[in-house]
Write a protein that binds this ligand. Sequence first.
Ligand code: ATP
Ligand code: MG
Length: 240
Amino acid sequence: IIEIKNVYKFFGDLAALSDVSLDIKSGEKVVIIGPSGSGKSTLLRSINRLEEISRGSIVVDGQDVHDTNNNINNIRQELGMVFQSFNLFPHKTVLENLIMAPIKLKGLDKEEAKAVAVDLLKKVGIREKANVYPSKLSGGQQQRVAIARALAMNPKIMLFDEPTSALDPEMIGEVLDVMKKLAVEGMTMVVVTHEMGFAREVADRIVFMEDGRIIACAPPKEFFNSTDHPRLKQFLSQIL
Ligand code: ATP
Ligand code: MG
């Protein structure tokens, strides 16, 4: 459902992505790890064209994301994205945050959108917070709202960029639980995270990036046992 072929991204002289190729099947869960500056966010952002690529191609559900003849807004509707910072609209209630895009972009009427939103809030375990403002929520709750908001567009694929990195430790679990639930339901997921327990449990494949390149890509068991990549070994010894 995502085909990334020989992608390069240059910021001036710096190759943030260097010959990156990766195919992700429908329903697959891929976790991306790697040191700071290795290109993880750039890769994720390139998938929905928040970043223009310099070379190569990215095809999502049959559509070339970087072909300017294609309507990027249609492609983006298939891609939900969740960031480290929750990016909720502070002057809108939780429910309003969830219904805005479906009304505007999918043409749902308000009652339909509300029904979907309430279901999603139940799913992420904060039904009772529908009418409060984001500032009244904990970080973990805000991130669960952000996930629900992405799901409200009914995407085929969810992209997560370090969704738990800004959270206090006691709130990480509740967000990971929501993500695990999504995984079990069969969502296609690409997740940048340092949560190795999550990676081990949920990932079909783990990708290790360094200096804009994919250095290793394997199912968790194989990945954590790989002894032939000294840099991967070193990285794992730092975070495990
Ligand atoms: P982190 O773990 O810190 O989030 P990352 O793996 O997500 O790191 P990226 O944010 O993708 O790394 O950055 C890859 C490289 O591209 C880094 O060297 C970064 O400094 C550079 N870079 C990213 N965005 C820009 C930009 N807008 N302009 C210039 N350089 C950039
Ligand atoms: Mg990043």
